[in-house]
Design a protein around this ligand. Structure first.
Ligand code: LLP
Length: 423
């Protein structure tokens, strides 16, 4: 099993903490996202331990799971936030975030988003191009403030992950070529609207080795030397997010396995004063959530068996988009049900609508399944395709459960649409 230990099998029934998942499905319906608060806390504690006594800040990558309840929990635990849109900024503020712990990443920041972040007073803009730098400087000057900036450099290292979630290679749209960064910093220094505070990179996601991070760090440290020679000093170094989780048999490093050598390298270079920032998303929430879905039909064809469930690619698009593997577990398997090999598919009218393939499972119609490791990039990437309301979300803590987002109603889906008058 790959889920956090907060999803234990007890008396033959899969639980979220102390509550049988079958009870949650009966109470809230399916498809249903269920998150464990204790699992969120233990994921955070692994980071907290790794940075204890260090000058470091963990900025949770909001895009992984942006439910206000999750954001509030992390803000209570003491994380900062990594945002990529004005929408995410509004969300974290609604969840009670401290603006001075917020970094703003992304290649396409719009004017209104920059203005909103400047007036909110965030910690840093992670700037991804020369043109963005100019826009940021202009807007900051117009409203009479200085924008704290870090250049997101592209260190051209291979994170050895899926091509869609690899971001630190030359051919990716992200960041500024590290060889051009010194010139850009010199330009930034001349612009009155800017205050240079850091440097950052983000090399990809679901990274299962430490080595690519350390390669990137070496390149950043060389850049820091070049800048120092020019009299440009920085306050922080942000290594982005990307630490992987176990979906099946991966063995990703612990936060400490990543951070210990980072701190050691900084010390060796006399750079202890630099604050280290990480922007983890998946590794804080991925294994703290499961998706519950019910088997509507079993359909046997000449070549395949299908279990058609009530969740679909609109609820969880990672399999369709990345051929991602999520473990599927019957919540309360019945003795004597024959095992067969199934493709677990949704009701959407696309062959790409599958959630898992070739799984040997004991299934009957009406059975409840848990799709594991769906705390990250699952609900946040969901849509209403086929006019399917988005799933409800529940947070569990021990015996307690809270509905932290009710299921959308069908009426919600088209309430904002208008039929024009005939002319
Ligand atoms: N910082 C930046 C600038 C990012 O672009 C990302 C993720 C993160 C931090 C957080 O990365 P994490 O720690 O979660 O790996 N939808 C894909 C993942 C896309 C990641 C995009 N950027 C998936 O489902 O695998």
């Amino acid at each position: 099993m790959t889920a956090d230990s907060q999803f234990p099998l007890r008396d033959g029934i899969l639980h979220a903490e102390a509550i049988p998942l079958s009870e949650l499905a009966d109470r809230y319906g399916t498809p249903l996202y269920v998150y464990s608060r204790t699992a969120l806390q233990s994921a955070w504690h692994r980071y907290a331990q790794a940075i204890a006594g260090r000058n470091a800040l963990i900025c949770y990558g909001v895009k992984a799971n942006s439910n206000l309840a999750i954001l509030h929990e992390f803000q209570r635990l003491g994380t900062g936030f990594d945002i990529v849109s004005g929408g995410e900024l509004e969300r974290i503020l609604a969840a009670g975030a401290r603006p001075d712990r917020v970094v703003f990443s992304g290649v396409g920041k719009q004017g209104w988003e920059i203005r909103k972040a400047l007036t909110t007073g965030i910690k840093c803009f992670n700037v991804e191009s020369a043109t963005e730098l100019e826009r940021l400087a202009d807007i900051a000057q117009a409203i009479g403030v200085r924008a704290p900036v870090s250049l997101r450099v592209n260190p051209d290292v291979d994170a050895h992950t899926h091509p869609y979630i690899s971001t630190g290679l030359k051919e990716n749209k992200f960041g500024v070529d590290i060889r051009l960064a010194p010139d850009l910093y010199r330009q930034a220094r001349q612009l009155p609207g800017l205050e240079i505070v850091g440097v950052d990179c983000h090399i990809g996601s679901q990274i299962t080795q430490v080595a690519p991070y350390l390669d990137a760090l070496d390149k950043l440290l060389n850049l820091i030397d070049i800048l120092a020679a020019d009299g440009i000093t920085l306050k922080h170094l942000d290594l982005g997010g990307g630490l992987g989780i176990r979906y099946t048999d991966e063995t990703p490093p612990d936060p400490a396995q990543l951070l210990d050598p980072v701190f050691a390298k900084l010390s060796a270079r006399g750079l202890d004063h630099l604050q280290v920032i990480l922007e983890p998303g998946r590794s804080l929430v991925g294994n703290a959530g499961v998706l519950l879905t019910r088997v509507e039909y079993l359909k046997r064809t000449e070549v395949r068996n299908f279990a058609i469930v009530d969740a679909a690619m609109n609820d969880l698009m990672r399999p369709a988009l990345y051929q991602a593997w999520h473990e599927v577990v019957p919540v309360a398997p019945r003795a004597g049900t024959p095992v067969a090999t199934y493709d677990i598919v949704g009701p959407i009218c696309e062959s790409g609508d599958w959630l898992a393939r070739d799984r040997a499972l004991p299934l009957e119609q009406g059975d409840l399944l848990a799709i594991l490791s769906t705390g990250a990039y699952a609900f946040t990437m969901s849509s209403q395709y086929n006019t399917r309301p988005r799933a409800a979300e529940v947070l569990v803590d021990g015996q307690h459960s809270w509905l932290v987002r009710p299921r959308e109603t069908i009426q919600d889906l088209f309430a904002q649409e208008r039929i024009p008058h005939q002319r």
